[in-house]
Design a binder for this molecule. Structure first.
Ligand code: ATP
Length: 239
């Protein structure tokens, strides 16, 4: 279990996370909130890419700050698209990321084949990533995140820029691998997570304003509607 306890994070005067606590067990959790809610900040803190002002994170009861690398090895992270390695081929990128994750040379080839097939990029691995479309870049980020089958998968808007068919593929992939791992997916696209999440966490201006199963939230906030209606209600028409 991953326990996020009382995390407080500021950027100068701006409070990005206001004493947030959540507990995550195996399964998919949808982190839903409008732009600027604090989703990326939370994910960057969990993955140790950003420090927090206050709070702590426990993994199976142990403080992750003390676990250090041992904890980070258990995490796969697909950040929001950023400066990728344009000169690398997809294969070289996955090989590089796999090596960083400590995957042995012997298993690297089969692991690259497995993850690239899972995101439908197996036949594109020898192209340079600079020539990849936005959707392909997104998919190779997902592929590197699932390398080594991490116990915790953190995904920041994994389906951004993907066409409907690819969105479904990624959704199905997450559902399929979620039985033995914690998966936290940040998005503002409700339909991406409605059917696969065991719990939805709603975040607004750095505060968790509601959480529950999709079914429960719909019952409480939008009877006869869907999660999209709940979202509109909670976030005042989107924001
Ligand atoms: N490096 C930074 N310096 C100053 N303010 C920041 C910085 N990063 C984020 N913020 C602010 O902190 C708040 C939370 O931002 P964050 O990126 O975590 O939100 P988000 O929910 O991921 O948004 P989006 O859906 O647009 O990605 C926002 O008000 C944002 O402007």
């Amino acid at each position: 279990m991953l326990e996020i306890k009382n995390i407080y994070k500021t950027y100068g005067e701006k409070v990005a996370l206001n004493h947030i606590s959540i507990e995550l067990e195996d399964g998919v959790y949808g982190l839903l909130g409008p732009n600027g809610a604090g989703k990326s900040t939370l994910m960057n803190i969990i993955t140790d890419n950003l420090s927090m002002d206050e709070g702590e994170i426990l993994y199976n009861g142990n403080n992750v700050a003390k676990l250090g690398k041992e904890f980070l090895k258990k995490i796969g992270f697909a950040p929001q698209q950023q400066g990728l390695y344009d000169e690398f081929t997809g294969r070289r990128f996955l090989s590089y990321m796999g090596t960083l994750k400590g995957i042995s040379k012997d298993s690297l080839k089969s692991e690259i084949e497995r993850v690239s097939k899972a995101v439908n990029l197996f036949n594109e691995l020898d192209k340079k990533m600079g020539a990849y479309s936005g959707g392909m870049k997104q998919r190779i980020l997902i592929a590197q995140a699932i390398m080594g089958s991490p116990k915790i998968l953190i995904m920041d808007e994994p389906t951004a820029g993907l066409d409907p068919k690819e969105r479904v593929r990624i959704r199905e992939l997450l559902a399929e691998i979620s039985s033995d791992k914690i998966i936290l997916v940040a998005t503002h696209v409700v339909s991406d997570i409605q059917s696969i999440s065991k719990e939805i966490i709603m975040i607004k201006k750095g505060n968790i304003i509601e959480k529950g199963t999709p079914k429960d939230l719909i019952k409480r906030y939008a009877e006869n509607g869907d999660l999209e209606d709940v979202y509109m209600k909670m976030f005042d028409g989107g924001q």
